[in-house]
Ligand binder design. Structure first.
Ligand code: GRF
Length: 198
């Protein structure tokens, strides 16, 4: 039987992509990573994908904006780029571009996002920093991370999996970031494999 196909979208370091690639290598995720797309040329995740022998595509929004083209046009073209790879699951792993319904409707129930905060908390960028600051103000006792199905609203949508991440009184922001990323790597791998075997 053919293995399910994964397409992974990134914008940065790609440590979560690496966790997925390592899990595929180890057999913890039974799937084929078919394509990695980055909207940033210098994203180190592209190097990680190439090293693992996974096809890559660089697909930036900037030229669209420069040409006065809409986000919807970008999203439609991104969907066309991905469609031939026939993904069973599209994973947004540090992908810094809000996808509209134009994209999401092309892949219903197939797009998941990883966010370094618990459901309903700290949507958007700098979520770890904002949780850290909220902890210092005594507003929260812990934070967490989640994998959720993607909807047009940013960092929201039906939750696939979540994990609590403790914050310690002695933590620096860097300490919390390290703990968060470790938790994210585990959660993402588990969530992807769970969805693929459902
Ligand atoms: C992760 O914290 C992810 O949740 C957030 O961006 C970060 C990406 O890290 N949206 P990496 O590129 O996977 O290392």
């Amino acid at each position: 039987m053919a293995l399910p196909r994964l397409v992974i979208l990134i914008s940065g370091s790609g440590s979560n992509l690496q966790a997925v690639l390592d899990a595929v290598e180890a057999g913890t995720i039974t799937a084929v990573p078919s394509l990695v797309v980055s909207n940033r040329k210098k994203a180190y995740g592209l190097v990680r994908a190439e090293t693992a022998g996974v096809p890559t595509a660089y697909f930036p929004f900037k030229p669209y904006r420069g040409a006065g083209k809409s986000r919807e046009q970008y999203d439609a073209d991104l969907a066309e780029l991905i469609r031939p790879y026939q993904p069973d699951l599209i994973v947004l792993a540090g992908w810094m571009h809000i996808l509209s319904a134009t994209f999401l409707n092309c892949f219903p129930h197939k797009v998941i996002n990883l966010h370094p905060a618990l459901p309903g908390q700290f949507a958007g960028t700098h979520a770890i920093q904002r949780a850290y600051d909220a902890y210092q103000r005594g507003e929260i006792a812990h934070t967490g991370c989640m994998v959720h199905f993607t909807i047009p609203e940013v960092d929201a949508g039906p939750v696939v999996a979540q994990a609590e991440v403790p914050i310690l009184p002695t933590d620096s922001l860097a300490d919390l970031e390290t703990r968060m990323h470790q938790a994210e790597h585990q959660l993402l791998v588990t969530a992807v494999q769970d969805l693929l075997t459902k």
